[in-house]
Write a protein that binds this ligand. Structure first.
Ligand code: S3P
Length: 466
């Protein structure tokens, strides 16, 4: 399915942010595992969470989905080896989290996915799970299908993460929880912490402590100047104790989905956009500070906590954005921690930068090349098509030159079958004279169903196109 997005100057309205994908998948898995009656609201009814629900139901059927409401029923049948391979579709999160869960349950299963998922690296999960005592086999090249056989998870496994990945971290923790064991994960670069937040919310025994240089447990050195100690990462210690699942869980809005709305509001010429119920977990929402430091007018109101996650309403106004070579963020944020925090928002940040004054430099993007597509290459191809100047090695960095105040002509862009690339270039279309056609937009359904409808309701002009 191809979509075309035409010029639209006025972005105005009041939108409730769609449910968070990462959290929807985690609450399905933990709710199912804890085997109590639980209802979920605000659930993201999109292909990725749905393939996770189907995967769980294949092991033991207890999840019913009605739109954005979910009912998980206490099961009478024990989890069993699924009869057929479990298909996780396009979802890397679904596959990696289910890999951990199934390994911890000690059952046998084969995990498969679509063409994109079949090319994504799984050794990063398979290796630590094997060290924990799980048994698995990957395709040559370390990709799916994943064959999981019965193993036995050891107690008190300690894992120091070689890559910044919330999926790897969560997979290891889910394996331990399912096997009723304790585990410690050390992450040098913090990644989204929804799994840890959910364990805390379920009254689990989890302790997350910062690691300071010199092995000190203090934020400051014991010198007369109170010199700050260097932050070296987080140590996450989970001790097995029965988790208590609440009867009801409410999923907050997805910050990554909100980012497309935010940038549309910022690069518009007039209007005011209010986005309600946006998840603002600090491990996910650094993009707001980056856009604000570029001159973006974004204000946060009605801040509160829901299901142990920060949430608030955002008001976005048209802004004169400026590019950057280096983010000027608070001294609390290390530069190496920025990319893991905004990893899913980089394509839309590149679009914001494309309509900013001056150049923008982004580095440390290696992980971006192994997402649903090689997103860095896909951004470069898109920029070639729409006429944005840039330099990039297509492996780890991009320097791009903004087009502030000038609308682009229009062009045809390939999404590379990637939802976030498709949505990013559709947002760019609002600043094109003749429209941007984006080929292969079907995968928007994996994370943001009704994207075109919602964007059109605030003033964009997105239509289907042959
Ligand atoms: C996710 C983690 C991130 C992110 C992905 C969702 C998750 O990947 O890119 O879209 O739900 O845990 P990493 O595992 O690379 O951090």
């Amino acid at each position: 399915m191809n979509l075309i997005s035409f010029k639209s100057d006025l972005i105005n309205g009041n939108i409730v942010c769609p449910g968070d994908k990462s959290i929807s998948q985690r609450i399905l898995i933990l709710g199912w595992l804890l085997n109590k009656d639980v209802t979920i609201s605000g659930f993201l009814n999109a292909e990725d969470p749905l393939s996770t629900a189907n995967a769980l139901n294949q092991i033991s059927d207890s999840i019913q989905i009605n739109g954005n409401e979910v009912i998980i029923k206490e099961r009478t049948i024990e989890p069993k080896d699924p009869e057929n391979p479990i298909d996780l579709g396009n979802s890397g999160t679904g596959m990696r989290l289910m890999f951990g869960l199934i390994s911890g349950l000690g059952i046998e299963a084969t995990l498969i996915g679509d063409d994109s998922l079949s090319n994504r690296p799984m050794k990063r999960v398979a290796d630590p799970l094997k060290e924990m005592g799980a048994l698995n086999n990957l395709n040559r090249g370390g990709t799916p299908p994943i064959e999981i056989s019965k193993g036995k998870i050891i107690d008190d496994f300690v894992y120091e993460m070689p890559v910044a990945s919330a999926q790897v971290k969560s997979s290891i923790m889910l394996a331990a929880i399912a096997a009723k064991k304790s585990v410690t994960v050390i992450e040098e670069n913090p990644t989204r912490n929804h799994t840890e937040r959910m364990i805390e919310y379920f009254k689990g025994n989890i302790e997350i402590s910062p690691i300071w240089s010199n092995n000190s447990d203090s934020k400051y050195m014991w010198d007369e100047f109170k010199t700050p100690n260097k932050f070296m990462g987080n140590k996450i210690i989970y001790k097995h104790k029965e988790l208590i699942c609440p009867e009801h869980y409410e999923v907050v809005g997805d910050f990554s989905s909100a980012s497309f709305l935010i940038v549309a509001g910022l690069i518009s010429k007039s209007g005011k956009l209010v986005i309600k119920n946006v998840g603002l977990n600090p491990s996910r929402s650094l993009l707001i500070s980056i856009l604000q430091s570029m001159g973006g007018q974004i204000t946060i109101s009605n801040e509160r906590k829901l299901s142990n996650e920060e949430v608030g309403d955002l008001t976005v106004s048209p802004s004169k954005l400026k590019g950057f070579d280096d983010f000027k963020l608070s001294s609390e944020v290390r530069s190496e921690d920025v990319i893991p925090n905004i990893i899913d928002e980089i394509p839309i940040l590149c679009i914001a930068a494309a309509f900013a004054e001056g150049s923008t430099m982004l580095g440390g993007l290696e992980e971006l090349t192994i997402k649903e597509s090689n997103r860095l290459a896909a951004i470069c191809d898109g920029f070639d098509a729409i006429g944005i100047n840039y330099f990039s090695d297509r492996k780890s960095s991009i320097k791009l030159y903004g087009n502030y105040n000038k609308d682009i002509d229009g062009a045809e862009v390939d999404s590379h079958g990637d939802h976030r690339i498709a949505m990013s270039f559709l947002v760019a279309g609002m600043r094109s004279k003749n429209g941007i056609k984006v080929r292969d937009c079907k995968n928007i359904e994996t994370s943001f169903p009704n994207f075109a409808h919602i964007m059109n309701s605030i003033g964009m002009k997105i239509n289907e196109k042959n």
